[in-house]
Ligand binder design. Structure first.
Ligand SMILES: Cc1cc2nc3c(=O)[nH]c(=O)nc-3n(C[C@H](O)[C@H](O)[C@H](O)COP(=O)(O)OP(=O)(O)OC[C@H]3O[C@@H](n4cnc5c(N)ncnc54)[C@H](O)[C@@H]3O)c2cc1C
Length: 463
């Protein structure tokens, strides 16, 4: 790295926020995937102007610049595969304003999702996106990956819940997208373009979030089924109602067995599939919605439906979902965790095909997730020391993606492409569309310094 470049950085930011010691840089070289690439330098800006300065300098010296939030991403998005600078946004964690009359919050990208929810709750409001990592993941990461959770079924993903953005493009220009209002048709929708762009087009320095009124009451239902078809038919029936649940989570038999055996969750034998259903609303309306959804959950293979009467009982029912991740560790030393999506009516076909694949390759496949969106977390569990499994796991994964695309689905519902899935993107996105995306990248980031080597296949022409 050019010595003048480093001196200029240190003059602007102060040495404390320009890390060059490998020991201090090391934690910024990985993310939720645990792949590792060492950053040459880590910078910690505090203001929008700092981000402009850093970006212009990287642009001048043509040094890779990787924006980073909390590093919990599931696709290697925040790792510096070409070295250069990692720019941690976590010091920019202020709430700029909360306007409860118009239900709008303006916040900086380093704030955690949970801190947004806590601040909004004081005004009886909430922000819809609710990833499982909410306690530590950053708003910037949520925006960059269009991250969501169970509530997306009723309230949408990040794209439906952001009004405007302030960002810095690859050549250091400041842009403002969208508007403060909930309706806006002035030019192209750059807000929705930047959301999900994985730090490759611009660094987001401020977001205007659409908040929603906090429901007064929440209830949880747990339905157990004797067959997968029983549960998936119920999902289609529930999604056909005018009153949507606020969560509709699915667990297959392998997942149910796992949380029973290793998670200590009390579940009867014979359960082939489980649905966890969240319902929210007002005091006067919620019981009606519960009845409607309870009715829609009924299929010939329904075993029982439990309804939590209070918060404590509700937490107990949700335990089954929360115990999945720790229980997975008992299945095999390694997992490939995908977050594919299919149309809701295709979930049964997907699960049947996965069962076949699991038998064919001798690889345990654990499937669970946000059934209401058809967004299923498919986990291929394998032992790298098992020669047969290790030799077949990539082929098995390829088959998973082929099945999903044949069912009119998509490779990723919420994790993004990053590094992990770039080899597969051409199977979903046609050549012309991918070329258009490359050209868009070029316009936002002419020298290709922003998070290089992500999204586009590794053998793409250089950007
Ligand atoms: C236990 C666990 C549970 C999870 N559950 C969910 C879930 O339910 N739903 C879900 O969707 N995801 C989930 N995730 C994945 C992950 O938490 C999300 O993708 C999250 O939004 C990433 O946020 P982060 O701050 O950690 O981002 P990072 O991992 O730091 O970065 C992710 C991407 O965002 C870019 N980026 C970060 N900040 C900015 C910025 N200011 N401007 C531009 N680009 C930026 C980075 O370059 C990178 O490409 C989970 C992860 C874990 C470990």
């Amino acid at each position: 790295m050019h010595p003048k470049f480093l001196t200029k950085l240190q003059q602007h930011l102060s040495k404390e926020f320009v890390l060059t010691d490998p020991q201090k840089c090391w934690p910024y070289g990985t993310d939720g995937t645990q792949c590792f690439f060492m950053p040459e330098t880590v910078v910690l800006p505090k203001t929008h102007d700092d981000v402009v300065f850093i970006t212009r300098l990287c642009n001048e010296y043509e040094i890779p610049l990787v924006p980073r939030g909390a590093g919990s991403g599931a696709v290697g998005g925040a790792v510096p595969i070409h070295g250069g600078i990692v720019m941690s946004m976590m010091r920019m964690h202020n709430i700029v304003s909360i306007d409860h009359e118009n239900r709008v919050m303006i916040a900086e990208p380093g704030i955690t999702n949970l801190a947004i929810q806590i601040a909004a709750k004081k005004h009886n409001l909430f922000w819809a996106p609710d990833p499982g990592s909410r306690e530590y993941c950053s708003l910037g990461g949520n925006l960059a990956h269009n991250s969501s959770g169970p509530r997306a079924i009723k309230y949408g993903t990040v794209r439906e819940n952001v009004l405007a953005l302030k960002a810095v493009t690859g050549n250091g220009d400041t842009i403002h997208t969208g508007a403060y209002t909930t309706k806006n048709v002035v030019g192209y929708d750059l807000t929705r373009l930047l959301i999900g762009s994985e730090g490759t087009l611009a660094t987001i320095t401020e977001a205007t979030l659409k908040l929603l009124p906090l429901p007064k009451k929440q209830m949880t239902l747990r339905a157990l089924y004797r067959s997968i078809e029983g549960a998936t038919t119920a999902v289609t029936q529930i999604m056909g109602q005018a009153e949507l649940p606020s969560a509709l989570e699915f667990m297959d038999k392998t997942t149910v067995d796992l949380v029973r055996q290793y998670g200590g969750v009390d579940l009867p034998q014979g359960v082939e599939a489980l649905l966890l259903i969240g319902i929210d609303g007002n005091d006067h309306s919620i019981n009606d919605v519960v009845s409607i959804i309870q009715e829609a959950s009924k299929t010939s293979d329904l075993m029982t439906i439990d309804i939590a009467k209070d918060e404590q009982e509700s937490q107990k029912l949700w335990q089954a979902r929360r115990r999945i991740s720790p229980s997975l560790r008992h299945v095999a030393p390694k997992k490939i965790n995908e977050d594919i999506v299919v149309p809701v009516s295709k979930i049964p076909a997907l699960l049947k095909a996965l069962e076949k694949l699991s038998k064919q390759y001798g690889i345990t496949i654990v499937s669970f997730g946000h059934a209401g969106n058809g967004n299923i977390h498919v986990n291929l569990m394998y032992d790298p020391d098992n020669k047969l499994q290790a030799a077949h796991v990539d082929e098995c994964l390829q088959k998973v993606f082929t099945i999903v695309l044949n069912l009119n689905g998509s490779l990723s519902g919420e994790h993004g492409i990053g590094l992990s899935k770039q080899a597969f993107i051409t199977q979903e996105v046609d050549e012309h569309s991918l070329n258009l995306m490359r050209q868009i990248k070029q316009v936002f980031d002419p020298k290709g310094i922003l998070n290089p080597g992500k999204i586009f296949p590794a053998n793409s022409p250089p950007l």
